[in-house]
Design a protein around this ligand. Structure first.
Ligand code: EPZ
Length: 417
């Protein structure tokens, strides 16, 4: 078992480089199976979610070669096989193999367990889209079998702008006959990155980044080369660390315009920073103003930054509110912040956070990926030593987080016990 040990209170000075976007990469890797041949993808982040997807790709008899953050995927010997629970449960994004294998083979067998620490995470909207295209879906406990004689384009109205359903339906529609229109589509920028990859492979898609995406089905797709966009959530997490501990901390290799909602809220809190084309320079804000935040779909304040932001709010001078509106259980980190001395009252998914409170180092547990990042942030500002357990959650989505932080002055290390 591993744990992270943090000595709090050290300023962060120097440069942090942002890696490839997890929430794009975990869709691009399955999408490469839509093509015949060998595709190359650069800027794949070095995170355990990537490795879990590689295991499924290998199960499907495809060859993966990796050198640093670049991978090649050879789909010439792809064999459409049952994706077992042991592999599919490792990450939620395994559901992208449904849309890809349905498009390519009109048949998919995959175990897909529901639920995780931030919520029930149903896939009813994904399945609604697949059925609308002509798929018959049989579900036995957690095993899904999808079959279609053919997939025909149609208009699909999403009840909720689900990121995963938007992407998965886009996958299924790439090789369908005719035109598919997704209405009330999610507008997250990762979907634009994924559309660009699919179009480079020969798909014919327009409208990603808006609430209406049009996919003209094509006969077949070919391999290509592509680069994953930078991770706006990783960047946002380090930006918030800079707002609490930065000494001209420079965060490079991302598009600050993808973090407008966060930057607007930081402006409201009195945080100063300088923007460059693909970087931000940020220092500790001595007097944080309290604010009220609701997490929303893009371009609103991202749910994936709500938990780290709640740590910032413990240092604001006054009463703030943080309300999670996307996931019904994304509040697991609060009891640990309270254990560190934060003054937080939780009513359902709405936290009332009174600051400024000094946090004290203690033993805590990561409850999920972004909750874990929030607890690292709390440890970095706390007085004394913080030990974080269950850190595998964090390693799923933050590439080299220990090195990136210790390289800019944080006293942080991983211990195996
Ligand atoms: C993606 O999850 C991200 N994960 C999540 O990031 C992110 O929080 C989320 O989008 C929202 O931005 C990946 O991209 C791998 P949704 P996804 O479908 O696609 C409900 C992280 O920390 N819903 O937009 O699973 C669902 O329960 C992760 O990096 C249905 O009801 O999110 C939730 O309440 C966490 N039925 C809401 O919609 C469905 O069929 C948003 O889900 C699908 C979703």
């Amino acid at each position: 078992m591993k744990r992270i040990i943090i000595e709090g209170g050290y300023p962060l000075k120097g440069t942090i480089s942002i890696g490839g976007a997890k929430n794009s990469a975990v869709a691009l890797i399955p999408a490469s199976l839509l093509a015949e041949g060998i595709s190359k993808i650069d800027n794949i982040p070095n995170i355990t979610d990537r490795d879990a997807l590689f295991d499924i790709i290998k199960l499907l008899n495809c060859q993966i070669k990796q050198s640093g953050n670049t991978i090649t995927i050879d789909t010439n010997n792809l064999k459409n096989t049952l994706i077992n629970q042991e592999l599919s449960v490792k990450l939620r994004a395994s559901y992208y193999f449904m849309g890809v294998l349905l498009a390519k083979y009109k048949h998919v067998e995959i175990y897909f367990p529901g639920g995780c620490n931030i919520g029930n995470r149903p896939i009813d909207l994904h399945l609604k889209g697949f059925r609308a295209l002509g798929a018959k879906i049989t579900k036995r406990k957690h095993k899904y079998i999808l079959d279609a004689d053919e997939l025909k384009g149609t208009t699909i109205n999403l009840d909720f702008p689900s990121v995963g359903a938007t992407i998965n339906i886009m996958f299924a529609a790439t090789l369908a006959k005719g035109t598919t229109i997704i209405k009330n589509a999610a507008k997250e920028v990762e979907i634009i990155n994924i559309m660009e990859f699919l179009n480079k492979m020969g798909a014919n898609i327009k409208g990603a980044g808006t609430d209406t995406i049009t996919i003209e089905g094509v006969e077949k797709m070919h391999s290509t080369e592509f680069t994953v966009m930078p991770d706006r959530i990783e960047a946002g997490t380090y930006i918030m660390m800079g707002a609490l501990l930065g000494d001209n901390l420079k965060i490079v290799g991302f598009n600050p315009h993808h973090n407008e909602a966060l930057l607007n809220h930081l402006n409201d809190m009195g945080v100063k920073y300088e923007l460059e084309d693909n970087a931000i320079i940020i220092s500790k804000c001595e007097k944080l103003k309290p604010i009220d935040i609701k997490t929303l779909v893009y371009p609103g304040f991202p749910t994936d930054l709500g938990q780290p932001m709640s740590v910032l709010l413990t240092q604001a001078e006054g009463i703030s509110h943080m309300e999670e509106t996307i996931w019904e259980n994304r509040v697991g980190h609060y009891p640990y912040l309270q254990k560190m001395g934060a003054n937080i009252e939780l009513d359902g998914l709405k936290a009332t956070i009174k600051g400024k409170t000094e946090l004290k180092g203690t033993e805590i547990n990561a409850t999920d990926l972004r909750g874990g990042a929030a607890l690292i942030l709390a440890g970095l500002i706390a007085k004394g030593t913080t030990t974080v357990y269950d850190i595998d959650y964090i390693l799923r989505g933050y590439e080299n987080i220990i090195n990136k932080l210790s390289d800019v002055g944080a006293k942080i290390k991983i211990e195996t016990i």
